[in-house]
Design a protein around this ligand. Structure first.
Ligand code: FAD
Ligand code: MLT
Ligand code: ZN
Length: 521
């Protein structure tokens, strides 16, 4: 029997303020008026020319927006206040917007877009700005349309479990609303303290619960969205079943703000499990990780709620950058699996997990392990996994790849990349992610904060070609954003890209919504 070895309150604290602090430490870009250091704009980084179709913002426009908003606090033009909206969470993508609008209602979003469409002013919808592919910040001078002030919960049906709310609701606040009612959001990710449910839908975010509850495509029952010309599309159904023609809401899910601005959502929320147990297991090889997954699916079945992995380099970077983090075992191992079971029958779930653990230990699939059943220790385990991203951000520049790969190639790309980059730029290659969903986060870290073009050339296009060759996806869950527009062809055929273009043309003929994103330029 595996011992519950958690005795120390060791790990870390990632929360909203932590994200915000990181965010605030971003130095302003050369193109913003508050500039103190030189920062490469996204336009320069990705060599994207400003589209001539778009007008430049003038004073009259600002007056119109002030009238629409009917409240000056929703119209931000102050250079210092614009900074946080112009830079992404990673401090990698930098835009030059001179205006942020924070509407309070769908009607205001509609009026803003109608005006922008007529004036040919480009717009970037922005949620919590935690996106990792540069989709949420301007490339040039697009107006930022922030959903921050649209954050009301409208309705919750405790029979169906459907929650209807504004797009700007913070993911964690929805969880806090649902928890005392015995329900939970079917989505969980490290950025939960800052990301918004509208942003989650717009990116079709995955996260750690996808294994159990499925994607946003499965859990969003209805969407209200505003098209580029200001038309409000009401598909805010709360029905589980509705086969009345095309499922239009799906177009907005995963479209990253290029087809419409999501203003409200109806989400199917499951009952919150009352018994939760987490095991942290270590393995000497990735083959063992795969075996653990196979057995977890077989033996734990419907109570398996997460199956995450991280390699040793991830643990090292967390230990280095999170002061409260501590080595989880007496020895170091190559791989670590974070496995969660959750259900409604404490004894049954506990027995099932124990029997699984006994089995995998006796068959030598595990080198060492520990498990937790109390919420504090469980949270501490999760911190180890959830702060990898933040720790990598603190370590220097991060070259991030979010891949779906078949299991036989899943960790191979990490090994291949390690060989390829050995001795180059003091780089560190690590792999972690949602192995239960076939989703690898391949991250390459270099100590200098600046991204290096020559070094990038060693990684790309190789990583995309490798993924394409093995029938993987170049974006499993983060989206295309500004980062991968020119790589889309690695995962989509020409005819599929052409169909995407025609949908875009139909819904946003002037191309004002999140230009330079998703589709190749
Ligand atoms: P933003 O970053 O503001 O925007 C993302 C995109 O959506 C942009 O293209 C933007 O234009 C568009 N958008 C935002 N709101 C709207 C709207 N209302 N209508 C239309 N378009 C809109 N992602 C995962 O999938 N899984 C993870 O496990 C995960 N973990 C993360 C952990 C950390 C620490 C961080 C920093 C990020 C993580 N992410 C993860 C990435 C990110 O949190 C998700 O992509 C998230 O869904 C973005 O939500 P947001 O509100 O911050 O959107
Ligand atoms: C995660 O799973 O932690 C996220 O997708 C963030 C990342 O890839 O860095
Ligand atoms: Zn992820």
């Amino acid at each position: 029997m595996l011992l519950n070895r958690i005795t120390k309150s060791n790990f870390i604290n990632i929360n909203k303020s932590c994200l915000k602090n990181y965010f605030c430490s971003v130095s302003s870009g050369s193109s913003t008026t508050t500039s103190t250091t030189t920062t490469t704009t996204t336009a320069n980084l990705l060599k994207v020319k400003r589209d001539d179709r778009f007008s430049y913002l003038n004073k009259d426009d600002i007056s119109v927006f002030k009238k629409i908003m009917n409240d000056e606090s929703g119209v931000i033009t102050d250079a210092d206040d614009l900074v946080g909206y112009n830079h992404d969470w990673m401090n990698k993508y930098h835009g030059n917007s001179q205006l942020v609008l924070r509407p309070k209602s769908t009607e205001q979003v509609s009026q803003i877009l109608k005006y922008c469409n007529e004036r040919r002013l480009a717009v970037v919808p922005q949620g919590g700005n935690t996106g990792l592919v540069g989709g949420s910040v301007p490339v040039h001078d697009e107006i930022v349309l922030s959903l921050q002030s649209m954050n009301k919960i409208h309705e919750f049906d405790s029979v169906t479990g459907v929650l209807t709310c504004d797009a700007g609701c913070i993911l964690e606040s929805l969880e806090q609303y649902l928890e005392p009612r015995g329900f939970t959001v079917p989505l969980d990710l490290g950025a939960k303290g800052s990301c918004q449910i509208g942003g989650n839908a717009a990116t079709n975010a995955g996260g750690i619960r996808l294994l159990r509850y499925g994607s946003m495509h499965a859990n969003v029952m209805g969407v209200e969205a505003v098209l580029a010309d200001g038309t409000i599309v009401d598909c805010l159904s709360t029905l589980r079943k509705d086969n009345t023609g095309y499922d239009l809401k799906q177009l907005f899910i995963g479209s990253e703000g290029t087809l419409g601005v999501i203003t409200k959502l109806a989400i199917l929320t499951p009952a919150k499990p009352t018994s939760v147990h987490v095991a942290l297991l270590s393995c000497d090889s990735f083959d063992e990780v795969k075996k653990l997954l196979i057995e977890a699916k077989k033996q734990l079945g419907d109570i398996l709620s997460a199956f995450e992995f991280m390699d040793r380099s991830c643990i090292d970077v967390v230990l280095e950058h999170q002061p409260q983090a501590r080595e989880p075992f007496d020895s170091k191992f190559k791989f670590y699996v974070l496995l969660e079971v959750s259900g409604f029958n404490e004894q049954h779930d506990n027995e099932k997990l124990n029997s699984y653990l006994e089995d995998v230990i006796s068959r030598k699939m595990v080198a060492d392990g520990t498990f937790a059943s109390d919420s504090k220790s469980i949270a501490e385990f999760w911190k180890l996994r959830e702060t990898i991203t933040e720790s990598l951000g603190k370590a220097g520049a991060v070259y991030k790849y979010d891949l779906s790969l078949p299991m036989d190639q899943f960790y191979n790309i990490v090994e291949v990349m390690k060989e390829r980059l050995a001795g180059k730029n003091n780089s560190m290659v690590c792999g972690f992610g949602h192995v239960g969903d076939g989703n690898l986060h391949l991250n390459i870290s270099t100590p200098k904060q600046k991204y290096n073009k020559e070094f990038l050339g060693l990684i790309e296009p190789f990583v995309y070609e490798f993924t394409s060759k093995h029938n993987g996806s170049i974006s499993a869950e983060h989206g295309i954003g500004a980062m991968k527009t020119e790589q889309l062809h690695h995962s989509k055929t020409n005819s599929a890209i052409q169909l995407m273009r025609s949908i875009k043309q139909t819904m946003d003929p002037n191309g004002i919504l999140n230009p330079y994103k998703v589709l190749p330029n």
